[in-house]
Design a protein around this ligand. Structure first.
Ligand code: GDP
Length: 526
């Protein structure tokens, strides 16, 4: 195997999807702990200890106790190199989350075992379905009173339409949580509470029939034997092919807070999750082991380091390798650029990357020339596809306090929309600026950033817009007519694409019926 093939074979790039509060941040910390990246995992968001989790960077996020940013962490585990892409859990930043899911090869779904499948998880699973991303499942919070584990798996199968293959099975729950039985290894791993911050020796009992088990957990042992028999009969066996096709998920039980079970999941991840996968471009499919470098921008982030007001463009490397000082073609602007000081993300600390390979993420300093969805190649003119914008659901008119700064405002908004921080619509018939967001918090972020980065003070006013769709039509004449007859409802977005803004859903439906040749899109490709 060539060096590149070996490096690619080592990599596992994944993200965590979950409903807020299911435990994503806590799991991230434990995962890093196992990756030996942090000696003692920081407590989530400093709520208890004042120590901030390493993945939280922005001031706002500290204040509000939510993740605004997407960060990247790389760590070694089980002889492999794992890239974990953190996704903002708060629903207000779901667009970032969606785009991050285009940059991973597998996902870990975390479920609060007391609550089961929640609304946000359903939405995120829909997004992973677009690419049939393989899913691992962690049933969290077994140290609490949870729902019946069989019922939980049934719910995942019914609601999310994915078969469940239990890899571990819980013994008791809440105060009576004793540990898990590993179905594939035929061993019981015993849980001790109060060990949340360290990696400890776990007591392992080999074999479900071992008398040692009866000694250790008493009457739970015979219940467990009965239950496992039932579970084996009633559930799916793990099947690698079905997992890779996104049709079956291996299920692990544990408690992130108690630091129990996360390692079993990681073992599964490095053993089964796919190595960096090929990606499609408008020309051809690109394989990770191709020598030529290629990658796409899935996220642009500002203010990571308050010392430097820089913006970082996160690039998923699709093929080849990065090394410092290399040149790459910036396809959209048709120029070769030099990557002089890209960043890598070893356990949340930004470092200068010497080398990175397909499957890794690098961060490029962006001085306004890089946009979401941009492709970099070794010279080939091609563009990676499938990095979408989502139609916003919330709209406000934005207005300046000082009307002389109109140019500044427009520039700021367009740049922020190129980053994906927000979307902007400029109606054709007047000079309004309409800001569209997927979540309400985006509005606050935009005003704060306009003030600090563009020195403009802006305020919002309500506006009567219910939804927006990007419109296209293969017949230019019909599109012209559509624009003329709907002057009050057409607008250009930040990238000058035509959109229809509808005051009500009924209005949108009527427009769609009236203009069957015009296509209304809920997402727009970058
Ligand atoms: P996120 O919103 O998905 O990132 O969830 P967090 O990791 O912030 O967790 C939400 C809350 O659940 C926090 O108060 C955690 O301490 C708590 N939590 C996370 N995992 C567990 C667990 O295994 N058991 C219990 N009892 N609480 C947990």
């Amino acid at each position: 195997m060539s060096n590149l093939s070996q490096e690619v074979a080592k990599r596992r790039t994944f993200a965590i999807i979950s409903h807020p509060d299911a435990g994503k941040t806590t799991i991230t910390e434990k995962v890093l702990l196992f990756g030996q990246a942090l000696q003692k995992a920081g407590t989530v968001k400093g709520k208890k200890s004042g120590q901030h989790a390493k993945s939280d960077w922005m001031e706002m996020e500290k204040e509000r106790g939510i993740s605004v940013t997407t960060s990247v962490m790389q760590f070694p585990y089980g002889g492999k190199l794992v890239n974990l892409l953190d996704t903002p859990g708060h629903e207000d930043f779901s667009e970032d989350t969606y785009r991050t899911l285009t940059a991973v090869d597998s996902c870990l779904m975390v479920i609060d075992s007391a609550k089961g499948v929640e609304e946000r998880t359903i939405k995120l699973m829909e997004v992973t379905r677009l690419r049939d991303t393989p899913i691992l499942t962690f049933m969290n919070k077994l140290d609490r009173d949870t729902r019946d584990p069989i019922e939980l798996m049934d719910e995942v199968e019914d609601v999310l339409k994915i078969a469940c293959a239990p890899i571990t099975w819980p013994i008791g729950m809440g105060k009576g949580f004793k540990g898990v039985y590993h179905l594939l290894r035929d061993e019981v791993i015993l849980y001790q509470s109060g060990q949340g911050h360290t990696i400890q020796e776990k007591r392992i009992i080999k074999g479900l029939d071992s008398p040692e088990l009866d000694e250790a957990i008493g009457s739970y042992a015979s219940d467990l034997r009965d239950e496992i028999e039932l579970v084996k009969g009633a559930s799916h066996e793990f099947d690698q092919e079905a997992f890779l096709a996104g049709e079956l998920t291996p299920v692990f039980f544990g408690t992130a807070l108690g630091n129990f079970g996360v390692d079993h999941m990681l073992d599964g991840l490095v053993e089964w999750a796919p190595t960096p996968q090929p990606r499609e471009t408008d020309q051809r499919v690109v394989q990770p082991t191709e020598d030529g470098f290629s990658g796409f921008v899935f996220k642009i982030q500002a203010n990571m380091d308050p010392q430097h007001r820089d913006r970082i463009a996160f690039v998923r490397i699709v093929s080849g390798s990065y090394n410092q000082g290399m040149k790459a073609r910036h396809v959209r602007i048709g120029k070769d650029v030099r990557f002089s000081d890209a960043l890598t993300f070893m356990a949340g600390d930004r470092e200068h990357a010497e080398e990175a390979f397909a499957g890794d993420i690098i961060g490029l300093h962006n001085h306004g020339t890089i946009q979401l969805g941009d492709t970099f190649t070794a010279g080939e003119d091609m563009k990676f596809t499938g990095i979408p914008n989502f139609a916003p659901e919330l709209f406000r008119r934005i207005r300046l306090k000082d009307p002389l700064k109109a140019k500044q405002l427009q520039k700021g908004l367009i740049q922020l929309s190129e980053e994906g921080a927000v979307q902007v619509f400029r109606p054709m018939r007047n000079n309004d600026l309409i800001v569209g967001a997927v979540g309400v918090l985006q509005f606050d972020v935009v005003v704060a950033r306009l003030k600090s980065e563009y020195k403009v003070e802006a305020i919002y006013e309500p506006i009567n817009v219910a939804t927006a769709r990007w419109v296209t039509c293969s017949d230019d004449r019909k599109l012209d007519e559509f624009q003329r007859k709907n002057q009050d409802n057409v607008a250009l977005d930040g990238a000058d694409r035509l959109a229809y803004i509808a005051p009500t859903m009924v209005n949108l439906n009527l427009a769609q019926e009236r203009y069957p040749d015009v296509e209304f899109h809920k997402t727009r490709e970058h």
